[in-house]
Design a protein around this ligand. Structure first.
Ligand code: NAP
Ligand code: 3JM
Length: 339
């Protein structure tokens, strides 16, 4: 293994890019040169890394020269053009957008679930990071699928505004301030007022009546678990929370399933903390999971309406495990096992 790797962070001024820089530093990723890239709007700005300031540049022909790994989060239309360019220049791209996730030649990876898929990175030199809501769900589903066989999943999400980037965070805080001052508030990042509201609408609607966000959960889960037979239906809801997505997940299994066994199984599984003591009012909550790495699971209980069923509540920091941390974990496995 090389001792140090040159890294480019594309979208370095954004919510995900900022978190990537923080996590590379926290986890002591063996970095050589680190390049911060964003749009023309940010040229000349600086971002912090390891106590120093990196000057932001925009994407150019030579941006990826001598870069080993490029972590992309600039939005799907930008990744579509620039990720293949970076890959052609010889660097390995880990892309956070939805652009390449369903490409059969691009591995879609959650390290706790399907780490071996990384081995296919060489086909296109691109590895895709799943959607934030998919990641925390599959971390919870994988141990249950392996032991009991999952037949069907019904999931409803309660997604934080930071999932919509800087614009989402600004919109919630601006609207809360405006409403308290009895002023009208604008909607830019979201289709309706998000302050003191819930919007059953994330990303665009498709012809089947589902949103793209909901269909990402269906299709990505099947690809990551390598099982096209799992039936899954999702409702994705934006809620006025800054950080962490919460999910209510109902699972029907082939084999009989007991809540106490599931608690034990999940507590022993990688990347999961079980927090499930209703008598003590202990269950995962968005504000407690912010800035944490694990997927937190509680409210584990029998679904009394079917023979083999379980309900649970799954919460994780959408910018960390849901995006930046998962991407850096992929990079860690890549350098450990393949480079
Ligand atoms: P954000 O806070 O709005 O940041 C967007 C970033 O992209 C900024 O750094 C921005 O630079 C940069 N950018 C925009 N247009 C660009 C261009 N033409 N060329 C180069 N850079 C450009 O959004 P975010 O929350 O960080 O999310 C960014 C993307 O990551 C999303 O669009 C989504 O595709 C993906 N995402 C993935 C996950 C996941 O993997 N699970 C989760 C959340 C988001 P400026 O500051 O210069 O505008
Ligand atoms: C999370 O540019 C875009 O279309 C980005 C939309 C977006 C995505 C996506 O589709 O890549 C915003 C927030 C995601 C995601 O992780 O799927």
């Amino acid at each position: 293994m090389k001792e140090k790797f040159n890294i480019a962070v594309v979208g370095a001024t954004g919510m995900v890019g900022q978190e990537i820089l923080k996590i590379l530093e926290e986890r002591k990723f063996p970095v050589g040169e680190v390049k911060a890239l964003a749009s023309e709007r940010s040229v000349g700005k600086t971002v912090d890394f390891k106590g120093a300031e990196l000057t932001v540049t925009d994407l150019a022909e030579e941006s990826f020269k001598d870069i080993d790994i490029a972590l992309f989060s600039p939005g799907s239309s930008v990744s579509k053009i620039h990720a293949p360019r970076a890959a052609a220049a010889g660097c390995i791209v880990i892309d956070n957008t939805s652009e390449f996730r369903m490409d059969p030649d691009v591995p879609l990876v959650v390290p706790e679930v399907n780490p071996d898929a990384i081995g296919d990175y060489e086909i296109k030199n691109i590895i895709a990071n799943p959607n934030c809501s998919t990641i925390q769900m599959v971390v919870a589903l994988k141990p249950i699928h392996d032991r009991y066989g999952i037949k069907r999943v019904v999931v409803s999400t309660y997604q934080a505004v930071s999932g919509a980037g800087k614009g989402g965070i600004d919109e919630l805080s601006d609207q809360v301030r405006a409403l308290f001052n009895m002023k009208s508030s604008e909607c830019r990042a979201f289709p309706h007022t998000i302050a003191f509201n819930c919007l059953p609408h994330i990303d665009l609607f498709g012809e089947n009546g589902y949103t793209k966000e909901e269909m990402k959960m269906v299709n990505e889960t099947r690809k990551i678990l390598g099982d096209d037979t799992i039936r899954l239906t999702a409702t994705a809801v934006r809620v006025p929370v800054f950080t962490s997505h919460s999910e209510s997940i109902n699972i029907e299994t082939d084999a009989p399933i007991e809540p106490a066994d599931v608690r034990e199984l999940l507590a022993a599984s990688p990347g999961i903390t079980v927090l499930d003591d209703p008598a003590e009012l202990d269950y995962p909550m968005a504000i407690d999971c912010a800035e944490e790495d694990d997927v937190y699971i509680g409210r584990i209980r029998r679904d009394e309406s079917v023979d083999n069923g379980i309900n649970m509540w799954v919460v994780s920091d959408n910018l960390r495990k849901g995006a930046a941390l998962n991407a850096v974990q992929i990079a860690e496995l890549l350098i450990r096992d393949y480079l």
